[in-house]
Design a protein around this ligand. Structure first.
Ligand SMILES: Nc1ncnc2c1ncn2[C@@H]1O[C@H](COP(=O)(O)OP(=O)(O)O)[C@@H](O)[C@H]1O
Ligand SMILES: [Mg+2]
Length: 362
């Protein structure tokens, strides 16, 4: 995929609503066959960027290229409207027309494009087949389940075989169980059909699961872009480290240098070793982020694995989460969380192992 041609590039996009910059020099690129997730908190600019790419929103500056065609460039005065960009949209509210059958909903875009009826029907039938909706063309939206409506919305975006589909939080209307199965169905469909897509979501798990690459937006800027494993496993900023995954955030002072990459830190007098992710320099305050799954509570006098620090910490509570327990230990003035298979005794001290490469100092 890194060698596939670029099907969509939005470069140096700037957009303000009034005085507020909503997109501040943002660039994204989608290659053929690739799913790029735009991930970010509510208000980070995801929808605006998607609408800019699709021609529904006019940026103040930047350039949008589809394949080899420039469809927006403010310096050259180019602005091809949405209809001329031929991208497939799937919105959060599926926006199916309730009074039209599934076939009419799916074929609507083709009718607007004045495709003759016979050809249109063939296209619609083929698209319904591809999405596992064979035989449902005569139904009305209210006669379908939430998951089926979701598929119809995707069918409607795919029917004219757009080079890229743009999906804006397409799963957020589904309830939790359906959402998980829809997520894997969507990922599978996108790869089986060889589609290229931009997938907007505020849900980190969804972004990691569905995308080949993730672009994390924060306040209208790209915080970090990379593969899901890069974003999850090697965040470059404190924001990125806390946005993805479940982690404890521990304020520390940097007490010593172990090496260029490792620092001795202290949280209210409790010392441990952390890896430097930024310029956490001697004598300064820093923040250490520790993912919950990295921390281990050691049994009795078990030998700790190499590459970490063993801390004697008091547990305050153990929460039952169903498939596991989550323990809250006091570390300095903060809470260090860890997972385990059984509850611990509140108020008792346990030996807790914190890996150096899982304790990130920013
Ligand atoms: N048409 C608009 N007029 C004014 N402000 C807007 C408009 N659309 C979006 N915004 C603002 O731009 C910011 C980004 O919005 P949006 O792109 O919808 O974010 P997201 O999809 O990440 O939640 C928000 O602060 C939002 O209030
Ligand atoms: Mg949005």
């Amino acid at each position: 995929m890194p060698d596939s041609p670029v099907v969509l590039a939005a470069t140096n996009i700037r957009k303000r609503f009034g005085k507020t910059p909503v997109l501040d020099d943002v660039s994204i690129e989608v290659r053929a066959g690739e799913v790029v997730a735009l991930l970010g908190a509510s208000g980070s600019g995801k929808t605006t960027l998607l609408r800019v790419a699709g021609g529904l929103e006019r940026p103040d500056a930047g350039r949008v290229v589809l394949g080899t065609a420039t469809v927006f460039d403010n310096s050259e005065g180019i602005d091809v409207p949405a209809e001329g960009r031929n991208l497939g949209f799937v919105f959060q509210s599926y926006a199916l027309w309730p009074h039209m059958t599934v076939a009419a909903n799916v074929g609507y875009g083709l009718r607007l494009r004045r495709i003759p009826e016979v050809e249109r029907e063939a296209h619609v039938d083929r698209t319904l087949d591809r999405l596992g909706l064979t035989g449902l063309g005569g139904r009305y939206p209210h006669e379908l389940s939430g998951g089926q409506q979701q598929r119809v919305a995707l069918a409607r975006a795919l029917v004219y075989e757009p080079p890229v589909i743009l999906l804006d939080e397409p799963l957020s209307n589904l309830d939790a169980n359906l959402r998980e199965s829809a997520r894997s169905w969507l990922r599978e469909t996108i790869s089986t059909l060889g589609l290229s897509a931009v997938f907007v979501t505020h849900d980190q798990v969804e972004a990691l699961a569905i995308a080949d690459r993730v672009v994390l937006l924060h306040g209208g800027r790209v915080e970090q872009a990379g593969t899901p494993t890069e974003l999850y496993g090697a965040p470059r900023t404190l924001y990125g480290a806390t946005f993805l995954g479940s982690a404890s955030t521990i304020p520390v002072s940097v007490a010593g240098d172990r090496s260029a990459a490792q620092a001795q830190v202290s949280a209210g007098g409790t010392a441990f070793v952390a890896s430097r992710r930024a310029e956490a320099s001697l004598g300064n305050d820093a923040t250490v982020v520790i993912r919950v799954e990295c921390v281990r509570v050691l049994d009795g006098d078990a030998t700790p694995p190499p590459g970490g620090t063993v801390l004697d910490l008091v547990v305050r509570t153990s929460l039952y989460l169903g498939e596991r327990w989550e323990h809250a230990f006091t570390l300095g003035g903060a809470t260090l969380r860890a997972w385990g298979g059984s509850p611990l005794v509140a108020g008792r001290t346990y030996r807790v192992w914190v890996p150096i490469d899982g304790a990130w100092a920013f």
